[in-house]
Write a protein that binds this ligand. Sequence first.
Ligand code: AMP
Length: 208
Amino acid sequence: MLNIVLFGPPGAGKGTQAQRMTDATGLPQVSTGDMLRAAVKAQTEVGLEAKKYMDAGALVPDQVIIDLIKERVKHADAQNGVMFDGFPRTVPQAEALAEIVEVSIVLAIDVPDERIVERICGRYSCGNCGDVFHDTFNPLPKAGCGCSTFLEKRRADDNEETVTARLEAYHRQTSPLADYYQNAGLLTVVDGDRDIDLITEDLLKALN
Ligand code: AMP
């Protein structure tokens, strides 16, 4: 059983790296952000509640998130472990996670604040396959994305105003988790302000 937590500020590249590591490890990517966006789109009760927090760049209440995770880890694809992307984001979430599964390693992707806004504001993905790109740093290749038809998708909360609130939430509520996992002897920090391939290489090395 291998349970990986990908940790870092918004725009650090957690989603991109999680996708690549899923290919390498066979573990499913469990992104609470993706789960919430799906719930918003489907207009479920959770989605309707979460939307107001997400639009404001604030964190969704812990219990909503913990309930989502409890259900998600019961799925058949999670039986050998998972790669958590964007979860946990608070100490209470981490404490709840410890009751659900044993975390094997926490991989922190470190990116300075001044790089976050430009990284988030230029990003987009393919609405079909989920591959992530960036206007400047990782443009869609001429050959297209991983699927036959590229469908450009930009997130509603990837704008300058919301990014500032998301960064604030990160520093106030999420960054204390670095000490939490450091004290537990689980934290490995990787420099995320580099070429995407080099970051993947370091993350995979940390798993060996
Ligand atoms: P992400 O896709 O991880 O950047 O998440 C987008 C938004 O979803 C965040 O700004 C939060 O509003 C919400 N969210 C995602 N994951 C969590 C979490 N673990 N705890 C609380 N809110 C979350």
